[in-house]
Design a protein around this ligand. Structure first.
Ligand SMILES: NC(=O)c1ccc[n+]([C@@H]2O[C@H](COP(=O)([O-])OP(=O)(O)OC[C@H]3O[C@@H](n4cnc5c(N)ncnc54)[C@H](OP(=O)(O)O)[C@@H]3O)[C@@H](O)[C@H]2O)c1
Length: 264
């Protein structure tokens, strides 16, 4: 499998949000498959330590790009920093959530979140996709969420950013499947990372939290096999059930569930 991955998606993978949670695990699992990794996030110390560990353990190359992806011209800078690297796999993972009553949330933070969760994947995909098309091979992963499958009262803007990633990831799967390029929209449910603390959401409660290892292993297994994947059986059933229930009922149930878990 390792050689296959390097040939199909290598030699370089770029992971945004590589300093925490799912991003760290993407770095680990892709490095173990023999890919060189570009790590992008703000916290440089964490990425430097992880990059060194990956070089020593897997004999791969790494490149750390420490930056705030919501800053002006950030994606152009990522492009410059990687101009001499053949990036065949783009993991659009960096993202955060904001919970609470809509009018209580800071408008600038909501806009920043939309830039990070949506605009940055659009810009980075636009930058790296033409090279993949020329080479006739490549991969794109978009971080959607179980929040993407229905409206999410008290988490409205965040849910909308994840719906955006679900739709985009699936659309590109269809458009580029005959170009040797695989696209996958990955939807984790509650997963143990720093996400809930940043988003100010109480922990998973009745839901069983997934581990980052399982979620990333699922993504690696499913890339190239299907346009999107919901991780975990309970999450799969929920994502399916919202398609057959009346939307108002779905909103009422989701709103009641999220009201108790968010600061509103
Ligand atoms: N955990 C869950 O339950 C869950 C469920 C569904 C979907 N997701 C999605 O999974 C993705 C990863 O989240 P996670 O759970 O791993 O959360 P996390 O542990 O909070 O990690 C978020 C990552 O994004 C980076 N990031 C945040 N703001 C940034 C900025 N302005 N510029 C550059 N990088 C930035 C962070 O790095 P720095 O702080 O160092 O910049 C960090 O590496 C997100 O897109 C999230 O929406 C998570």
């Amino acid at each position: 499998m390792s050689m296959e991955w390097k040939a199909k998606y290598g030699p370089w993978a770029l992971v945004t949000g590589a300093s925490s949670g799912l991003g760290i695990e993407f770095v680990r699992q892709l490095a173990s498959l023999g890919l060189n990794i570009v790590l992008v996030a703000r916290r440089k110390d964490r990425m430097d330590a992880l990059a060194q560990q990956m070089r020593e353990t897997h004999r791969i190359e790494t490149h750390v790009v420490a930056m705030d992806l919501t800053a002006e011209n950030a994606c152009e800078r990522v492009a410059e920093e990687t101009s001499d690297l053949e990036v065949g796999l783009l993991i659009n993972n960096a993202g955060f959530g904001l919970s609470g009553s809509y009018s209580d949330l800071d408008p600038q933070r909501q806009a920043n979140m939309t830039v990070l969760n949506c605009v940055v994947p659009v810009l980075l995909t636009n930058h790296f996709l033409p090279g993949m098309i020329d080479r006739g091979r490549g991969g794109l992963i978009f971080l959607a969420s179980t929040a993407a499958y229905q409206p999410t009262p008290f988490l409205g803007t965040y849910g909308a950013t994840k719906a955006f990633n679900l739709m985009l990831g699936e659309s590109l799967w269809h458009e580029y499947r005959n170009f040797g390029i695989d696209s996958l929209a990955l939807s984790p449910g509650f997963t143990r990372t720093e996400f809930t603390r940043v988003a100010n959401i109480q922990d998973a409660g009745a839901f069983r939290e997934a581990t980052v290892d399982d979620v990333v292993a699922t993504a690696i297994r499913k890339l190239g096999r299907q346009p999107s994947i919901v991780h975990g059986w309970t999450n799969k059933i929920l994502a399916f059930s919202v398609r057959i229930l009346p939307r108002r009922m779905v909103m009422a149930i989701t709103g009641a569930a999220l009201k108790g878990r968010t600061s509103h």
